[in-house]
Design a binder for this molecule. Structure first.
Ligand SMILES: [Zn+2]
Length: 97
């Protein structure tokens, strides 16, 4: 397996991808597929800042949700859409009519 052609969706740079998904879920796969090690390290620093600033605890579901929101904003530029209930991911609201 060679990732030399891996191109990061965030910084648009070519670089090593993560060795494995950081989370055992779809988001982890997405990060693994699109985010380079450098950007991930930047996020980990940002996460530490957030945790220190807000006194977050990764064992707390609410805090984890907040960190995930920030993660998506940081890595995928999706953070501004706050109030996304990740428990509803995969469900599609019927908007026909
Ligand atoms: Zn990157």
């Amino acid at each position: 397996m060679s990732d030399t052609t891996f191109s990061c969706t965030r910084c648009q740079q070519r670089g090593p991808s993560l060795e494995k998904p950081p989370f055992p879920n779809a988001l982890g796969q997405r990060i693994h597929a699109g985010i380079c090690q450098s950007c991930w390290q930047q996020w980990l620093q940002k996460q530490n800042q957030l945790m220190n600033h807000y006194g977050l605890n990764t064992m707390d579901p609410d805090h984890r949700a907040m960190l995930l929101d920030n993660l998506k904003g940081f890595l995928f530029n999706e953070g501004s859409t706050s109030q996304i209930d990740t428990s509803l991911e995969g469900t599609i609201t019927h908007i026909s009519k």
